[in-house]
Design a protein around this ligand. Sequence first.
Ligand code: SF4
Length: 296
Amino acid sequence: MVKVVTAEYSGVCFGVRRALKMLERSVKQAEDENRKAVMLGPLIHNPRVVDQYGKKGVEVVSLEDVCSGSIVVVRSHGITLDIEKKLQEMDEITVMDTTCPYVKRIHQLVSMRSEEGFSIIVMGDKDHSEVKGIASRIKGDYIVVSPDFSDEGEKLLAEFIKNHHKIFAVAQTTSRPSNYNKLLKKVRKLSIGSGGSFDFAKTVCTATLKRQDAAGELASRVDAVVVVGGGNSSNTAKLFAVVKERNERSFMVESPSSFSDKQIRLLEKCKLIGITAGASTPDDQIIEMKEFLEKL
Ligand code: SF4
């Protein structure tokens, strides 16, 4: 029989748990007051959770579709300043802002430091909603640097530092600390070279750090690892990269039905399987996976 071990700190983090509780409160409030609760974009990057709420009548809408009287639930990754202002201008809506306090802290930091004259480096995925929200609050020049930046990216970074003498850096909360440290080292060296000043904030979320460390440790002592989470979740993808580095037999899936036959055959040959899960994976999805693997 296969033995299945779940890594410590797997699954829903403080921010997502808080967001889900706020969503649940909004659904209740909508029922009590005969109003409609909507999500402004998927609340978290977990299609199964979003579908579950869809069935309860909580639709995912864009700003243009928000109707008067709605309770609008704002996602845990945060929204851009522009959208925030537009929501404030709308009549007769209630905004339930679930933006994680750690993300809010970055909003405040970049807004404050850019007002002080610092130009900002944001390490992260430029297309991710968290990074868009952060960038929208910068009141001056900034550059978004991808964690695995290319020669071209490095050139752009060097150019940016050469042209800006006060630099402040932050990273998307779900970044890998090793990537951020590498970037900080590079920026420090370039800033000193150009005679400028450089400061940074530690913005990588500790929940992510602990989850990645525990998953990495587990991955090195099991036959295979299963990472449970939404295919569109950035932190799940990064978690998968961490375990894959330690264990070639690593799989990232949303649910047991996502496995291919080939993957199942491989898992059946294992004696010890590790499970970990991204920050937006609720406990019931981890339990479901554990029970499925134990029956192999
Ligand atoms: S991973 Fe960290 S920053 Fe992101 S929602 Fe969770 S607690 Fe907040």
